[in-house]
Ligand binder design. Structure first.
Ligand code: TYM
Length: 325
């Protein structure tokens, strides 16, 4: 099976990105051929800093490595370095109905958030994502819940291509984690944890222990004082329980038992300690890697060459099938 996934290089990566996507990658790379991309062309569809882009790309690569992506096992590369992504996106655009793009939840949300920045790239975002996946003929795409709709659209596009031009692409499956597919914001647990929100709403993988402590202690909780998992009545505590369970490996039921009658304060202190411990190896590895830029760049370069071979072969096939050679 071939796996493809990616993250936008928008600065820091948070616990939601890790628990929703990257943690799955680490397990999948042991058994499958994996390709993990830094999707800079997607990152420029919302406001971004041109000056910080190259640093953010390197940081993203460092994060992949610090989180455990193994360049011996998986291909890591930068999307814009392989021109075939945009070429295939154009071709797929000609078989993608406009209506499908306009109904995408992320398009609507992002357009609402940045009304001054509703560009055609934002609308076409899912086509480029389909192109990322299809260029490598990926069978499965490990992502968080918010990307499920985009992967479904990729299936639709792949099916349409196959019907029109002959069987070429697999219809890729979305792979969601059992728990953690949607980690919620610390300041508003009815919304997902998101990089573009206030820093207090996210725990970043490389936050200092002091920051983690502060953010968790001031996380929004619900009325009452019992630590009980109930997403409708207690969205805040339920989100924190999910995180607690994921970083310790203890089932939620056991954590509820441990904090029975102890109140939210004690629970949050325990959670902060658990998250700090969980993220400690990430911080250590990141520190080590930030001094090794040349090594990280070399990995991206190797990744580019390996990815390019696959991408060029697919494009050759697609051009022929579409009557373009
Ligand atoms: P991005 O950069 O927004 O997010 C990266 C990954 O993190 C997951 N994620 C979450 N999971 C759980 N809880 C959350 N609060 C949370 N927030 C984010 C996302 O689902 C994603 O898996 N369009 C993609 C990048 C992309 C891509 C691709 C992914 C481009 N091409 C091809 C897969 C395959 C994105 O913006 O992810």
């Amino acid at each position: 099976m071939r796996i493809f996934s990616g993250i936008r290089p928008t600065g820091n990566i948070h616990l939601g990105n890790y628990l929703g996507a990257v943690k799955q990658w680490i397990a999948l790379q042991e058994k499958h051929e994996c390709i993990f991309c830094i999707v800079d062309l997607h990152a420029i569809t919302t406001p971004y800093s041109r000056e910080e882009m190259q640093k953010n790309i390197l940081d993203a690569a460092t994060i992949y490595l610090a989180a455990g992506v193994d360049p011996e096992k998986a291909i890591i590369f930068v999307q814009s370095e392989i021109k075939e992504h945009t070429e295939l996106a154009w071709l797929l655009g000609t078989i993608t109905p406009m209506g499908e793009l306009q109904r995408m939840t992320q398009f609507k949300e992002k357009a609402k958030k940045h009304p001054e920045y509703v560009n055609a790239g934002l609308l076409n975002y899912p086509i480029l994502m389909a192109s990322d996946i299809m260029l490598y003929k990926a069978d499965a795409v490990p992502v968080g819940k918010d990307q499920e709709q985009h992967v479904e659209l990729t299936r639709t596009i792949a099916k349409k291509f196959n019907q029109k031009f002959g069987k070429t692409f697999p219809e890729p499956e979305v792979v969601l984690p059992e728990t953690g597919a949607k980690i919620m914001s610390l300041t508003n647990p009815k919304k997902k944890m998101s990089k573009s929100d206030d820093a207090r709403s996210c725990i970043f993988l490389f936050d200092t222990p002091e920051d983690i402590q502060k953010k968790i202690m001031s996380a929004e909780t619900d009325s009452g004082k019992d630590v009980i998992y109930n997403v409708t009545k207690k969205p805040g505590i339920s989100n924190l329980l999910t995180i607690y369970s994921l970083v310790t490996g203890n089932p939620i039921k056991e954590i509820e038992k441990e904090y029975k009658g102890k109140g939210y304060g004690e629970f949050k202190k325990g959670l902060a300690k658990a998250v700090i411990e969980y993220l400690e190896p990430f911080r250590r590895k990141q520190k080590e890697l930030t001094t090794r830029d040349v090594y990280v760049k070399e990995i991206l370069n190797q990744g580019k060459m390996r990815a390019q071979t696959i991408a060029q072969a697919t494009m050759q096939e697609v051009r022929e099938e579409m009557g373009l050679t």
